[in-house]
Design a protein around this ligand. Structure first.
Ligand code: ADP
Length: 496
């Protein structure tokens, strides 16, 4: 199959979160199964800096944005070392700036224009280059309009006649909502601005466009696929749309890129280790303590946490639990950026009682050190479509402490007595989204830390698991096939 993956961020070119990790690893994994895969993303300033090998193509695109025609460049490259082609859509007016979607002050005001340009531009570029995809795999709201354009302005276009679409929801909490005054920029008739299609409480909803117009949908874990249909808490207003498409909505757990996330070869950590040779992990712990100016205690359980500082990640619950956690014999290190209020409160806690280390910022090497040097990894998420850090943690012998939601529920098995006895336990799982439940979970973790044999067994069980992309890539290939089948059926006159 010829597959084109469209995403607003892809590792190693630009990243703000898990989406970039997923596309950057899934594309080579699908290619390794014998398919022709390419990726499309914007040519951000960050890409220009990170990837100097991109070559400007002679071809360009002309995208209609309302009344205006905006020209875009096509840059070519590849995901290094994989042979997967990468196409970058350039337009300095939209992409040559600091940040991908906004600044600390908020989202860019022209995000509607930027991602209309990107979505329409992908289709223009494919046509210009003569690439006729069997499947266009779109991801999140930034590419939600690609399926919309395929079935509206490109609806009668023979070139894309057999191109099916799969739309992956990585996070329902970000929908690409824009006021209705932006509608003329889209270039499609107002008749599509209705509650069954792109309208959402008077606004334009790009994510909804993807959900309604794609041939097939998936999200990044089976539990999250159920949760987003079940309630407003997870569906964020689009639960009805998800329910309506229940038969087309699948859940596929993300894999992890084992080339970059492997304690045996990781170049960001001071000592490598593996399940059979754990000595290096103690050296990583010592380095982590030193990095955060924490006392170099070998026997104190060290808990790590990394992520966007957002209510989604349960940072508020952690903050509420802090006074009680500080009374326990533990160390905690946090790496993240996000909401100003959380950053401020965490900064105030930094150094507290010689127990807390905080680094505000985005720092990939430090993320590796935290995964390697911690004994436990905390994810008290309110919701979590899949989550990657718990998978990295399992591989790094860092026992995850997670809230039972979304992908966390699907990937971590609680260390109950029975699960331990059966050799299934990999972490500490707690149910309620509260400071009390989090505190109790940390108490359980400390208790587990004290029982060296059980601790070792739980750790080894996690390290033995295979969360590489091979398995998930096969599931995606199956979804591509189903999407193509749905597409074929949709223009067969004999089938409903
Ligand atoms: P989300 O996509 O919701 O942000 P995920 O757990 O799926 O959460 O993926 C987040 C990814 O981004 C992980 O690879 C994580 O290590 C990384 N990450 C998040 N915040 C930071 C940070 N401040 N520094 C380094 N890496 C980070």
């Amino acid at each position: 199959m010829r597959i084109v993956m469209a995403a607003s961020e892809v590792v190693p070119f630009a990243k703000t979160g898990g989406l970039a990790d997923v596309v950057g690893a899934l594309a080579p994994a699908v290619a390794a199964l014998g398919h022709e895969v390419s990726i499309f993303m914007p040519y951000y300033r960050e890409v220009k800096a990170a990837y100097r090998q991109a070559v400007k193509s002679d071809l360009s695109v002309a995208v209609l944005l309302g009344e205006e025609t905006v020209r875009g460049e096509i840059w070519r490259g590849e995901i290094p070392g994989t042979g997967v082609k990468a196409f970058f859509l350039g337009c300095d007016r939209f992409f040559d700036r600091e940040g991908l979607y906004g600044t600390a002050k908020g989202d860019f005001e022209d995000n509607a224009s930027r991602f209309i340009f990107f979505s329409r531009g992908i289709l223009e570029a494919l046509r210009a280059m003569g690439i006729r995809p069997d499947v266009i795999h779109c991801n999140d709201w930034q590419t939600g309009l690609v399926p919309v354009y395929l079935r509206t302005i490109h609806g009668g276009d023979a070139f894309f006649r057999s191109s099916a679409t799969l739309f992956t929801i990585h996070n329902m909490g970000y929908q690409g909502l824009f006021w209705h005054w932006d509608w003329p920029l889209l270039g499609i008739p107002w008749s599509h601005f209705n509650w069954k299609e792109l309208e959402f409480h008077g606004k334009i909803n790009f994510l909804k466009g993807g959900l309604v117009f794609s041939d097939l949908l998936n999200t990044v874990s089976p539990t999250y696929a159920r949760e987003i249909q079940a309630s407003d808490e997870f569906g964020k207003g689009l639960q009805g749309v998800c329910r309506e498409r229940a038969h087309d909505l699948f859940g596929v757990i993300n894999g992890i890129d084992v080339r970059t996330w492997d304690p045996a070869t990781d170049r960001h950590i001071p000592a490598n280790y593996s399940a059979g040779r754990m000595a290096g992990k103690a050296a990583c712990k010592a380095a982590l303590q030193e990095r955060f100016s924490l006392p170099a205690k070998k026997t104190v359980p060290l808990i790590g946490m990394i992520g966007r500082l957002d209510a989604q990640k349960g940072v508020d619950i952690l903050l509420e639990a802090m006074p009680r956690l500080l009374g326990m014999d533990l160390q905690l290190v946090v790496l993240g950026t996000g909401k100003e209020e959380y950053e401020k409160k965490l900064k105030e806690l930094s150094g507290a009682g010689g127990k807390v280390g905080v680094h505000l910022g985005f720092d990939d090497p430090l993320a590796h050190l935290i995964e390697a040097g911690s004994d436990f990894f905390l994810m008290p998420s309110r919701y979590e479509p899949c989550g990657l850090n718990q998978l990295y943690s399992l591989r790094y012998g860092t026992i995850p402490i997670v809230r039972k939601t979304g992908g966390l529920a699907d990937t971590v098995t609680d260390a109950t007595e029975e699960n331990v006895a059966r050799g299934l336990a990999t972490g500490i799982v707690f149910e309620s989204c509260s400071a009390e439940a989090l505190t109790r979970a940390v108490e359980r973790a400390i208790d587990l830390y004290g029982k060296k044999t059980v601790f070792g067994k739980v750790r080894r069980t996690g390290m033995a698991q295979d969360w590489s992309w091979d398995r998930s890539a096969k599931e995606y290939v199956r979804l591509y096939e189903i999407a193509r089948e749905r597409r074929r059926r949709s223009f067969s006159p004999t089938v409903g």
